[in-house]
Ligand binder design. Structure first.
Ligand SMILES: Cc1cc2nc3c(=O)[nH]c(=O)nc-3n(C[C@H](O)[C@H](O)[C@H](O)COP(=O)(O)O)c2cc1C
Length: 176
């Protein structure tokens, strides 16, 4: 079986921690962990199944003057790629208290870009159990990917990851 690529950034914080948790839950032998700042177009071409992980750091998430998420360099390159035929899921780190009106916005921004370039986006999540005022990550009443809140709801992360991965298994060709 071809490996599932977990492409994530930034490194060394909550996003990386959650990327590792998802990898463990999927089975490390099934997964390849790739920091987004090391990811090339060749990687994207050879991976049919991809999980993108991103943290929302305000508008700076995409601003090339602020190199703090690693996505700012990759997104312009990704926009020029073709993800037709690929299955993609996404997770996003955010904080629902300090940024209640911008909760996990980067997940929505990235998700829309990924859909534009032809990917089949899976792993949508109900808003039930999340408290927030507004989020760009909601499409048709659901989060476009998995929101994870290590700032205020870290006690829920393991369960959220477990439930999400269970739903992704058939989409990603993983059988228990
Ligand atoms: C400067 C700054 C801006 C942030 N802006 C947002 C935001 O707009 N929306 C949100 O949901 N979280 C926001 N957050 C919270 C982060 O997404 C959250 O702390 C995340 O866990 C950080 O992940 P990391 O440790 O991988 O960097 C912000 C955090 C910082 C430090």
């Amino acid at each position: 079986m071809k490996k599932i690529g977990i492409i994530y950034g930034p490194l060394k914080g909550d996003t990386e921690k959650v990327a590792f948790k998802i990898a463990s839950e999927m089975g490390k032998e099934n997964v390849e962990l790739l920091p987004v700042k090391e990811t090339t177009e060749e990687d994207i071409k050879r991976l049919d199944k991809i999980i993108f992980g991103v943290a929302t750091i305000g508008k700076d998430t995409w601003d090339s003057d602020h190199k703090n998420t690693d996505w700012d360099d990759f997104l312009p390159k990704l926009r020029k790629m073709d993800l037709t035929g690929k299955t993609v899921a996404m997770f996003g780190l955010g904080d629902n208290i300090t940024y209640a009106t911008l909760f996990v916005d980067a997940l929505g921004v990235l998700g829309k870009e990924v859909m534009k370039i032809g990917a089949k986006l899976v792993g949508h999540v109900s808003t039930e159990g999340y408290e927030f005022k507004d989020s760009k990550a909601i499409i048709d009443g659901k989060f476009i990917g998995l929101p994870v809140n290590e700032d205020y709801e870290s006690h829920l992360t393991d369960e959220r990851v477990k439930n999400w991965v269970a739903k992704l298994r058939p989409e990603f060709g993983l059988y228990q």
